[in-house]
Design a protein around this ligand. Structure first.
Ligand SMILES: Cc1ncc(COP(=O)(O)O)c(C=O)c1O
Length: 396
């Protein structure tokens, strides 16, 4: 056998641009630098703190947990029940549901994608722009991906006609990826009428919705943020939901999430979960337990849950306050950017060229990815006006 290196024969992979941005920001010695690229919630002091309810739950677990023995590929049933109740309410759209715990929202999306890819005829429809990892996840399992334009950056408006027309022409059986709330990267929300229209088309065409639910509670409220998703679940035959606890419980590195399947018969759901569990078993065997145990300990105990609800509201209110300030300051340069106030969640997308993103970084120490996505929670309210003055001249 010749001695050529297998590793050397591999295609070189580009580092993740967002991770590169974080490293570049850290190495920048300027004191006035600002990181708007980061994908995590930041408080007024620029920290991403452990939530008070999480600390209380960890204390409780430390005192009471008796074993760290294996729990199985489906994860912790108490976590799955508590998270389902919190996410979908007691009525859960009048459908039956079943869930499986996953390593974060990414793990949930990947597992759901594996399930869809069992039928290679299926395509999944994704509105663009979207979270950068979506395309990669679906490509990794060999699913065909169809795209449609979701958002007009210049107008800061959802292209609902294009979205509905695309779904209208999708092939029965195709899947549709929908972000439940706080759209990444645009912040754009859908109107109740949009959701009704989507639900009707999905039901009429026999499509399968896959919700990416990563920010529930950070937009307009825990129940409000799920309203559109629940409209669809009530109307359609089957649905899948990938839930991430990373942002809403600030558990990022604990890798906590779940996939839920909705339908009308236990036997069908059990088959679905069985397939998801067998994929889990063959890839990571079982999900990490600690984050899910924290979430269960919070949601099952009223005082901890109360503390969590309060802190989530504080986070949401801070985001909304910065949004109002950002909208006012940026609208002086582009009137359409006033829409940032009514957008939701941490992200908005600025009309700015990649070249100008680079210039901003070099000249002003303001960091964002080439796409122009900003994390509004990366700013303090009192800094918004000066940040806008520096960014404004670079907008397209
Ligand atoms: C839209 C969206 N979906 C899913 C995720 C996955 O989050 P995680 O895997 O960290 O739970 C993210 C994280 O940034 C996201 O923005």
């Amino acid at each position: 056998m010749n001695k050529t290196s297998f590793f050397d024969s591999l295609t070189e992979q580009k580092p993740d641009p967002l991770l590169e941005l974080i490293a570049k920001f850290a190495a920048d010695p300027r004191s006035g630098k600002i990181d708007l690229g980061v994908g995590v919630y930041r408080d007024e002091t620029g920290r991403t703190p452990v939530m008070r309810a999480v600390k209380a739950a960890e204390r409780h677990l430390w005192e009471t947990q008796e074993s760290k023995s294996y729990i199985g590929p489906e994860g912790d049933p108490a976590f799955l029940r508590a998270l389902a109740l919190e996410t979908f309410g007691e009525h859960h759209g009048g459908r039956l549901l079943a869930g499986i715990q996953t390593p974060g929202g990414t793990g949930a999306l990947r597992l759901a994608a594996e399930l869809l890819a069992l039928d290679k005829r299926r395509k999944i429809w994704i509105g663009t722009p979207t979270w950068v990892n979506h395309q990669a996840i679906f490509a990794a399992v060999g699913l065909q991906v169809g795209t449609y334009r979701f958002f007009d950056i210049g107008k800061q408006a959802v292209l609902d006609d294009e979205m509905l027309a695309t779904l209208q022409n999708a092939t029965p059986g195709d899947a549709v990826l929908l972000q439940t709330s706080c759209h990444n990267p645009t912040g754009a929300g859908l109107s109740p009428q949009n959701w009704l229209d989507i639900a009707d088309i999905i039901a009429a065409r026999g499509l399968l919705p896959l919700f990416d639910n990563a920010y529930q509670g950070l937009g307009h409220g825990r129940i409000e943020d799920a309203a559109g998703m629940m409209t669809v679940i009530e109307t359609v035959g089957e649905a899948m939901v990938a839930v991430s606890c990373s942002k809403s419980f600030s558990l990022y590195r604990e890798r906590t999430g779940a996939v839920y399947l909705f339908g009308d018969q236990h036997a069908q759901l059990n088959k679905g979960i069985g397939n998801l569990a067998s994929h889990a078993r063959a890839s990571y065997s079982m999900p990490p337990a600690h984050g899910a145990a924290i979430v269960a300990a919070i949601l099952q105990e009223p005082s901890r849950r109360h503390a969590w609800v309060d802190e989530l509201s504080e986070m949401r209110n801070r985001i909304a306050e910065i949004r109002r300030a950002v909208a006012e300051a940026f609208a002086q340069f582009r009137p359409e950017l006033a829409n940032i106030a009514s957008q939701e969640g941490m992200f908005s997308l600025l009309p700015i060229s990649p070249e100008n993103v680079g210039q901003l970084q070099a000249e002003h120490g303001i960091y964002m990815p080439d796409s122009g996505r900003i994390n509004v929670a990366g700013m303090r309210v009192e800094d918004v006006a000066s940040v806008a003055q520096r960014i404004g001249p670079y907008l397209a």
